[in-house]
Write a protein that binds this ligand. Structure first.
Ligand code: GRF
Length: 220
């Protein structure tokens, strides 16, 4: 099997990067990470890449006069590394339209809500403020508008009484770490593809029962 060459963009902790690194260790996983780029020099994720002997670069956005100039440097580094698929994993910069177009349908992002609800920052606090009962996480193809684009995969996560933004973030993060490798695997293996502005292809839904929160007294 030829594994797709993946680049990962990070800005911080890199726990989703770690989940992708761990998934790529499986011999039958259809992707491997060839470069990690951070726009933040102190990002913890850089250490995770180095610990796994993955080339890790810092391209600090503060060194560039414009978003376009930063993105050009990013694009050059990814091209140099032979990246075929790009994954944003906690990358906290908006891309220029030119960059998004260049990587169109080869570029994924993970967001900690059930998109298109709760785009942007502080999703968990806003979920709690709205009294939402079920939230989750989404992996989608990147489009110019923040946190929008064809949805590859989602995981639903219950909001529990007494949740804080931190406790909810921790519960959603567990799902993120399962979802991102799953979604990247589907894209890298070409089990799914973009058609129009929707992702089509293989679905593996086995349990079609609706999910209730608060739960029903009796299961359906
Ligand atoms: C995750 O919650 C991700 O969904 C969001 O930013 C966070 C990054 O966490 N885009 P980490 O750096 O992967 O630990």
């Amino acid at each position: 099997m030829t594994k797709k060459r993946v680049g990962v963009l990070i800005s911080g902790r890199g726990s989703n990067l770690q989940a992708l690194i761990d998934a790529c260790k499986a011999p039958d996983y259809p992707a491997r990470i060839v470069v990690v780029v951070s726009n933040v020099p102190s990002a913890q994720g850089l250490l995770r890449a180095e610990a796994s002997l993955i080339p890790a670069l810092v391209i600090d956005h503060r060194d560039f006069a414009s978003r376009e100039a930063f993105d050009a440097a990013l694009d050059a580094a990814l091209t140099e590394a032979g990246v075929e698929l790009l994954c944003n994993a906690g990358f906290m910069r908006l891309h220029s339209e030119g960059f998004v177009e260049r990587w169109r349908d080869r570029h994924l992002n993970i967001h900690p809500s059930l998109l298109p609800a709760f785009k942007g920052l502080h999703a968990h606090a806003r979920v709690l403020a709205e009294g939402v009962k079920i939230t989750g996480t989404t992996v989608h193809f990147v489009r110019p508008e923040m946190d929008s684009g064809p949805i590859v995969a989602q995981a639903a996560v219950p909001v529990l009484p007494g949740d804080t933004a931190d406790s909810l973030a921790a519960r959603v993060l567990i799902a993120e770490h399962r979802l991102y490798p799953h979604a990247l695997g589907l894209v890298a293996s070409r089990a799914v593809r973009v058609e129009g502005e929707l992702v089509v292809g293989m679905t593996q839904i086995k349990d079609q029962a609706p999910y209730f929160s608060p739960p029903l007294d009796e299961p359906l």
